[in-house]
Write a protein that binds this ligand. Sequence first.
Ligand code: BJW
Length: 229
Amino acid sequence: MYQQIVVLTGAGISAESGLRTFRDQDGLWEEHHIEDVATPEGYERDAELVERFYNSRWQQLHSGTVEPNAAHLALAKLEAEFQGQLLVVTQNIDDLHERAGSRRLLHMHGELSKGRCPRSRQTFILREPFGADNCCTCCIPAQRLRPHVVWFGEMPLGMDRIHDALDNCDLFIAIGTSGTVYPAAGFVDTANHHGAQTVEVNMMAPDRHSQFQYHLTGKAGELVPQLVE
Ligand code: BJW
């Protein structure tokens, strides 16, 4: 019955895989100042501090202890079996959707496993954590790679493709995101505006300002497999 589905995921979908969210209790922002580690100005002030922040997350993701959970796997299965078009737009920089098997996937806030040349914007897969040794091969002199992530004040990636998909979707599902960061927080309005059904899956019950038509309150790893069945 649905032809086009857009799924927006946030840190909450990876929480059951052992990755910390940002704004929950014990979230990353309890230990780190946003302006120090998630802004271009913070990176300019102290690149090593920002690299340490991303390196500790890189190490965890590559430690062999982090796996996609039932929610990631259910979305990949849905993509494989769904007759229409499904696009997963993730705000997460981990690669758990890819590991689960999702293929039509867009990382709007970048990817932890990549570094980017600040001059040419070309990206490179990082086989080791960040440091002075990670330089580009596209420029002379070679440039030190910066994390391929989108910080506050920077333009998220793939916005044309995302808006195209939102304008044409008949179902929009947001999973494990607090809806505090724009432009992702505004996607539900766009989907509603175009007549899509809108569903939220979150551990927390919605507040009274929620723009979603339907809410499923509980863990993504339990609810998403049920939802896609
Ligand atoms: C579970 C669960 C379980 C837990 N199961 N659920 C004033 C007004 C409006 C906007 C602005 C403003 N001033 C500035 C802005 C713009 C700014 C912004 O939005 N600021 C707000 C804070 C106000 N945005 C930007 O600057 C963005 N760029 C931009 O807007 O460019 C201009 C533009 C405009 C229009 C079109 C196009 C462009 C860039 C934002 C960059 C965000 N970067 C970060 C860090 C980098 C990546 C990284 O280090 O990983 O991205 S911040 C951080 O927040 C990260 C995340 O992707 C992002 C969203 O967080 P998320 O995923 O929602 O996580 P949490 O922790 O907030 O929530 C987790 C949720 O899961 C909770 O709800 C839990 O309940 C739930 N949960 N366990 C189900 N098991």
